[in-house]
Write a protein that binds this ligand. Structure first.
Ligand code: 4HQ
Length: 253
């Protein structure tokens, strides 16, 4: 997959793929990440890319033309249409389902705004989709773009090892992940649940599924309303809820 990122700070984007899973995707040739600086497409000695907002008010607005030329350059050798995505709090909140769809595309262009944002005419004419990474304010779109690059890169076929397989992740089945433990078994902060050391793979799978269901119910109940739980899942969740109400078990009340 090729991702072109338009930003006043292209070095920021280079850092995205410098290490870890995203770095590995790039090393393996599964990710082609390119930075473009709209300032390189600005005119005049000052190479001005922003100006004051009409109507007054604080801050600056990124101008149409440098961005338009930059988008044109990034699209230049594209075989087919490349979607342009603008990162902004006004966008659709990012979810794993959309990450999966975008990660399956051959190319995307990510547009990062700074200051108060981008002239609305550029957004209307050139942007296909606005995405938000959450209801908070960043000082620029770069961190949001980095989030999207990371989430798409790790889904590129051949990026994750078997051990890192994406199928078990939070959200892949609409549920939060289960708890994880490693050595030592006994620690002053607690003991590893017996079932995980039992070697009983069916019991382990059942426990993990139950923990995923239970945590989703406790922490993100709205996620459960979007799922059609199977009879088995409903039984697991009911049992979890009963434990939640009577932690020491039904015998001791
Ligand atoms: N910004 N999700 C304002 C964000 C943001 C977000 C990016 C700040 C765009 C102009 N982007 N600039 N939240 O806060 O994506």
């Amino acid at each position: 997959m090729r991702i072109d990122v338009l930003t006043l700070f292209p070095e920021f984007i280079d850092q995205c793929a410098a290490f870890g899973v995203v770095g590995r995707a790039r090393e393996r040739g599964l990710l082609d990440l390119r930075g473009w600086n709209p300032r390189d497409f600005a005119e005049g000695g000052y190479r001005k890319i922003d100006d004051r907002p009409f109507g007054g008010g604080p801050g600056m607005v990124m101008m149409v033309e440098p961005l338009r030329r930059c988008i044109r350059a990034a699209k230049q050798d594209a075989a087919a249409a490349v979607p342009v995505i603008y990162l902004s709090p006004q966008g659709r909140p990012l979810q794993q389902a959309r990450v999966r769809e975008l990660a399956a595309l051959p190319r995307v262009i990510l547009l990062c705004g700074r200051y108060e944002g981008v002239d609305e005419r550029l957004l209307a004419a050139e942007v296909d989709e606005e995405i938000s990474i959450g209801d908070y304010v960043l000082s620029g779109g770069e961190l949001a773009a980095a989030v999207l690059v990371d989430a798409m890169a790790r889904l590129q076929e051949g990026t994750l090892n078997d051990a890192e397989s994406a199928v078990q992740d939070s959200f892949e089945d609409g549920l939060l992940d289960c708890p994880h433990y490693t050595h030592p078994v006994n620690h002053e902060l607690g003991t590893v649940p017996e079932v995980l050391r039992s070697g009983n793979h069916a019991a382990i799978a059942r426990w993990r599924r139950q923990q995923s269901l239970g945590r989703t119910w406790l922490r993100r109940p709205e996620l459960l309303t979007e799922l059609e739980l199977s009879r088995t899942d409903r039984a697991l969740l009911d049992e979890f809820r009963r434990w939640q109400e009577h932690p020491a078990g039904p015998d001791t009340d």
